[in-house]
Design a protein around this ligand. Structure first.
Ligand code: MAN
Length: 565
């Protein structure tokens, strides 16, 4: 940096102060107003300091902010860290921030652009920024930089036209994405409405199935009370056995009576024949009588006297015919009262109650028993399972199926409602991209970005995917990057971001996370991936979804500068 000891010193009149037009060399149109007076120049950030206009562009830095040297590199090393200027005894606070953005190349036929002061007259043609070669006006080292703005401008315009075309398509695509996002949102809204209707219907179905089950259970309870239960069965069996035994006993009594009757008739007949044998006339030659007497003798020769066995059978019969209460037979009273379960007890109690109360008690009993079984206080006896009628089982199954369906519908609706309140970015445009992914190869991995979902790292050599984060939220960052010729870059300005967090844990580090930085582009694609820190990734991505947020034209302006055509 070339400084003079005091601003008041007169310097030799510089060889070239003005460019061909009225602005001094290196001054952009925006700053022209500061250089209008042809007598004195006031330093831009320090207007209390005035220098004769002849000192502008005299290759000596007179102003603390460098504004007197817009067209030389004399103030290029200026920084706010520079020492204060020695202005006599004054302790005036000076602003030593560089007032100008750089040396302005007019680039006629193309676009005006600034180049850093330090590369002015460095002996190198910087056509990228200064296509008119005006930065090398001193021809340092004999360098000559002829004006190439015509051809460079032409080429740039061609590319710019393509870029603009692409931006127009990108904006069109964004509009389509917004329309698609709205359509999907509407679809969700409609689904919520239809789910609401379905839920109402299902609730009614559940209610009526609950009633059907209650009705079936009620009927079943009646059946169980009167026909089953452990004590009930025994009692019925005992009743049946008692009746059957009585029937057999009655029959036996009848048979015994008939036998006794027949026995006495046989006795009468035998007595008759005995008398006949002793009283008949053997001298009467009647062959028929003689034969009858012989047959009787044969009959009488067989001993038919009562045996001990006969007596035993008789005793048995007499014993059987006695009532149970007088013998050691079955004690039915014991069976009738034994092993009565709670249901039987209730049934007995029930007999003394009015019908309405009977039903109420039966219902409460059943509910309480079910409650105890459900909560594991008492076991669900296989007895009760057997007891349940197919009608109850069917009603219960139908109800539980309907309840399950109701739960499914409700959770579906809740998910859809949560979906409606979720942030899908400006105009909810990312709703249209959800479910789609873009990927790119970088190094040993293929990286994948699934919109609103996940970022992934897939080893090219094979092996499992690594989750680099799950979508969490949108954000913004300011970037300052030069835009490559193909436009596939972030450029300068504020850009929308998507934060993906809580990915796969990093060995000895945090769980993986990704910041996706987006810029307007016709095509959705990942431009660049890099690991900013271990397991902390950044993806620079182009998508039409963000085009209107930054503005396609603004984005290119931020980067390229203003047109001097
Ligand atoms: C894998 C990749 C890398 C990461 C290391 C950390 O190799 O996920 O990106 O840096 O793990 O151990």
């Amino acid at each position: 940096m070339k400084h003079k000891s005091a601003f008041v010193l007169l310097a030799a009149v510089p060889s070239i102060v003005f460019a061909a037009d009225s602005r001094p060399r290196g001054v952009a149109p925006d700053f022209a107003k500061f250089y209008k007076s042809k007598d004195t120049f006031k330093c831009i950030y320090n207007p209390s300091i005035e220098v004769p206009f002849g000192k502008v562009n005299d290759d000596y830095c007179d102003c603390p902010d460098g504004s007197d040297e817009p067209g030389t590199s004399a103030c290029s090393a200026l920084s706010h860290l520079s020492p204060s200027y020695p202005i006599g005894a004054s302790t005036l606070k000076l602003n030593s921030t560089q007032a100008l953005p750089g040396f302005y190349c007019k680039n006629k036929g193309h676009q005006g652009s600034y180049i850093p002061f330090e590369i002015v007259n460095d002996g190198v043609c910087d056509y990228e920024l200064c296509c008119d070669g005006s930065d090398e006006f001193d021809h340092a080292g004999g360098v000559s930089c002829p004006d190439k703005c015509k051809e460079i401008g032409k080429e740039w315009r061609k590319k710019d036209e393509a870029r603009q075309k692409s931006m127009t398509s990108a904006l069109k695509r964004r509009k389509e994405l917004v329309v698609e996002a709205q359509r999907r949102r509407k679809e969700v809204e409609e689904r919520i409405t239809s789910l609401g209707t379905e839920i109402k219907g299902q609730e009614m179905k559940v209610k009526s199935l609950e009633e059907a089950l209650a009705e079936a259970e009620k009927k079943d309870r009646g059946r169980m009370f009167h026909g089953s239960g452990k004590g009930g069965k025994t009692r019925v069996l005992s009743g049946l056995a008692k009746a059957r035994i009585q029937q057999l006993r009655d029959t036996l009594t009848e048979v015994k009576t008939q036998r006794d009757d027949l026995k006495s008739r046989v006795k009468q007949l035998e007595d008759l024949l005995t008398r006949f044998k002793t009283e008949y006339n053997p001298n009467f030659n009647d062959e028929g009588v003689k034969q009858a007497v012989r047959a009787w003798d044969d009959y009488a020769a067989v001993d038919r006297g009562a045996t001990a066995q006969d007596e035993g059978v008789e005793a048995d019969i007499l014993e059987i015919l006695k009532p149970d209460s007088e013998t050691e037979g079955i004690n039915f009273a014991e069976f009738e009262n034994e092993d009565e379960d709670d249901v039987d007890m209730l049934y007995q109690l029930e007999a003394y109650l009015p019908a309405s109360l009977k039903e109420w008690i039966a219902e409460k009993y059943s509910e309480f028993k079910k409650f105890l079984q459900t909560n594991g206080v008492i076991a669900v006896s296989s007895d009760s399972e057997v007891k349940e009628s197919p009608a109850v089982t069917t009603a219960r199954t139908s109800l539980s199926d309907a309840e399950k369906r109701l739960r499914e519908l409700t959770s579906d609706r809740d998910n859809h409602e949560a979906e409606m309140t979720k942030d899908y970015g400006p105009d909810s445009v990312f709703r249209a991209l959800k479910g789609t992914c873009v990927s790119t190869d970088s190094g040993e991995y293929t990286y994948e970005l699934c919109w609103m979902d996940k970022t992934k790292q897939k080893p090219k050599k094979g092996g499992g995917d690594t989750n680099m984060g799950n979508f969490v939220s949108f954000g913004k960052i300011t970037v300052d990057e030069s835009l490559p010729a193909d436009g596939r870059g972030l450029g300068k300005g504020e850009r929308l971001t998507m934060k993906y967090e809580n990915g796969q844990g990093c060995w000895n580090g945090p769980s993986r996370s990704t910041t996706v930085v987006m810029a307007c582009a016709e095509k959705d694609e990942i431009w660049k991936v890099f690991e900013e820190e271990k397991c902390v990734y950044r993806m620079d991505v182009g998508t039409a979804a963000v085009c209107e947020i930054v503005g396609a034209r603004k984005q290119s302006e931020d980067t390229v500068g203003k047109d001097e055509l």
